[in-house]
Design a protein around this ligand. Structure first.
Ligand SMILES: [Cu+2]
Length: 192
């Protein structure tokens, strides 16, 4: 009888652990992820007319929700218009200035309704003097100045956090389940 009680407690703990681990993983995977960018992170371009980001699902097209800022080595902004949403692709036209490292700050509303953001850099090395350097803008061309800048964590980081929380809870429950199984085995041994 006592062993049977322990067995049902063991089964319940196992069920709770499985549910929590699944819930954590589901919450993490619900966010859209950034699947690719043009230009690619860390790449060097000799000419560029737009920055495009491709997500795993279609970001929500709420007014002003999507932000792409392209910041040059002189800290000026080189995007020339608000982002355009086309299915999973969000892009902004750019006119780059002098050669050097450019940072892309982005923020979109994931298809599950949560804002996600991130940043990456690429290098600009224009070939010859064919492309005149644009002057850029002292302020972001589109939307409130601070939105993309204040949200440092990347989409990957926040999705990972959700996943790790889920896995952590799952691990804690599994340890408990293991302890329960050990106690059960010990109980069986002393009773038998
Ligand atoms: Cu979400």
């Amino acid at each position: 009888m006592r062993a049977r009680h322990r067995l049902s407690a063991f089964a319940a703990a196992l069920g709770v652990g499985a549910v929590l681990a699944t819930a954590g993983a589901a919450a993490a995977s619900a966010h859209d992820t950034l699947d690719g960018t043009t230009p690619a992170q860390g790449s060097t371009v000799t000419a560029l007319s737009a920055v495009s980001l491709t997500f795993s699902a279609d970001p929500l097209g709420t007014d002003g929700a999507a932000v792409i800022q392209v910041i040059g080595p002189d800290k000026r902004y080189y995007e020339t218009a608000c982002p355009d949403l086309n299915g999973p692709v969000v892009s902004s036209p750019v006119a780059l200035g002098s050669a050097g490292s450019y940072e892309v700050l982005w923020r979109v509303v994931s298809s599950d309704g949560h804002p996600i953001s991130g940043s990456y850099t690429f290098s600009y090395a224009p070939g010859g003097s064919a492309t005149p350097a644009a002057a850029g803008s002292a302020k972001p061309v589109c939307g409130p100045a601070a939105t993309a800048e204040t949200e440092a964590p990347t989409a990957g980081a926040s999705a990972d956090a959700g996943l790790w929380v889920g896995l952590g809870i799952g691990a804690v429950v599994l340890v408990g389940v293991g302890a329960g199984a050990w106690a059960l085995a010990r109980g069986r041994k002393s009773e038998g």
